[in-house]
Ligand binder design. Structure first.
Ligand code: PLP
Length: 415
């Protein structure tokens, strides 16, 4: 008889299929890869990392980092500098004991999901509430036990300029006793939505009232890489678990996630980290440490990374609106992250079928239906959306738009 663990992980997960697709797309230069979550290759940012690596090689910190294990919470001096930076950003006293480094924030989610949700000692099941669907595909299979997610439909506000914006439906949001953790990505992957200050403070208030931790996944958010085009003010207090990452800054291969939380949670993560990996890797901390201690990481985010993606988002949105004039087509207001989320109302085929048709034509996107973990609903909207990354060059985006526009026109015409 297989264990829960074996049963779960002997099957492919949504995120492992996506990563495989990404890998194939990266390796096959015939494909137009708008599917994965790989950050853009921004020349000025790459040059900066090159200089950081050379300096670390020169002063031996690279070799020192590679020839020593860190402690289970990660490189101490990096955590110390991060604590100083985050204390000033959040105007709060953040100490190194509030910070754990992990091998990517994804691996931290696995630990946190199974810590706060899943089967309890008394046999009851705690769940994770995603206050607004659609949400990040990488959450889907985090539970060793299946069905640990629950979610609710958003309200959809139709905006001018063929855009729309999701909003949390607080009337439907109930943090009941069986909810062990509330999770939201901000900015949101896939939609590029940024929760308003009012939404975030109401969510925070309700989580505190229910004594349920609120995990804010800021892989794209403040203070770095800060790929946010609207106002984002994060709540920060003892009930918040903040997850940051060096990935979308341009270092996904460094696999460096950063968890900021109450010291008791960090201690548990240290115990888990010891068992799972002895210690997280040092390469990300070595490359980024001086940028953190000088505050340059925030400056680079605001002055290089954010404007780069903002220009790309505007470029792709304009091209799409120009090429697809069907009124059933709308784009989620691009407010951050590295994706556009497209909605084809009344799409006669599933989003997976659309994905396959586009892939035949060399264009890789991600089918929207995977981004609704925990939503027990046959809501048609789930089949009507796709996610496009705008991290690629304008030439690639132009070609992608031409293929997508022709295919959408054909699909609407066929039915
Ligand atoms: N959170 C969100 C919303 C993401 O989109 C991603 C990656 O695409 C991650 C977290 C995981 O990032 P990493 O494990 O590279 O830190």
């Amino acid at each position: 008889m297989p264990s829960h663990f074996e049963k779960k992980f002997s099957q492919p997960s949504a995120i492992s299929s996506l990563m495989e697709d990404l890998n194939q797309g990266v390796q096959n230069d015939q494909m137009l890869m708008l599917g994965g979550g790989n950050p853009a290759q921004i020349p000025a940012v790459k040059a900066l990392f090159q200089r950081q690596i050379e300096a670390a090689a020169e002063d031996q910190t690279l070799l020192e980092g590679l020839s020593n294990y860190a402690g289970p919470l990660g490189k101490d001096s990096f955590r110390q500098h991060l604590a100083e930076l985050l204390s000033s950003v959040f105007d709060s006293e953040i100490q190194p004991q509030h910070i754990a480094l992990t091998n990517g924030s994804q691996s931290a989610f696995f630990a946190l999901a199974n810590l706060f949700a899943g089967q309890r000692e008394d046999g009851s099941l705690k769940k994770i509430l995603l206050p607004m669907s659609p949400e990040y595909i990488g959450y889907s299979d985090l539970g060793v036990k299946d069905d640990i997610f629950t979610s609710i439909k958003p309200q959809i506000n139709l905006l001018d300029n063929r855009e729309f914006k999701y909003q949390i439906d607080f009337e439907q949001l109930d943090i009941t006793e069986d909810i062990g953790l509330v999770v939201t990505s901000c900015p949101t992957n896939p939609s590029g939505n940024v929760l308003t200050e009012t939404e975030l403070s109401e969510l925070d208030r309700r989580c505190q009232a229910a004594n349920t931790p609120l995990l804010l996944d800021c892989a794209y958010g403040a203070p770095f890489p800060n790929i946010v085009f609207s106002e984002l003010k994060l709540p920060f207090n003892d009930n918040v678990i903040l997850c940051l990452s060096l990935s979308k800054l341009g270092l996904p291969g460094a696999r460096c996630g950063i968890i900021v939380a109450a010291p008791n949670i960090i201690k548990t993560l240290a115990n888990l980290s010891g068992v799972m990996s002895l210690a997280p890797g040092n390469i990300g901390p070595v490359i980024a440490e001086s940028m953190v201690s000088s505050g340059e990481i925030v400056k680079v985010s605001n002055e290089l990374i954010q404007p780069y993606y903002h220009d790309k988002a505007c470029y792709l949105a304009a091209k799409l609106k120009q090429a697809i004039d069907d009124p059933r087509f709308r784009i989620h207001k691009p407010e951050g992250a590295i994706f556009l989320w497209l909605w084809f109302k009344d799409l006669p085929i599933s989003s997976q079928a659309l994905y396959l048709r586009l892939k035949e034509k060399r264009l890789v996107v991600v089918a929207g239906q995977h981004f609704f973990p925990g939503l027990q609903s046959d809501w048609r909207h789930q089949q009507e959306c796709v996610r496009l990354s705008y991290a690629q060059s304008e030439e690639v985006l132009d070609e992608a738009v031409t293929i997508l526009a022709a295919e959408i026109k054909a699909i609407y015409a066929e039915h």
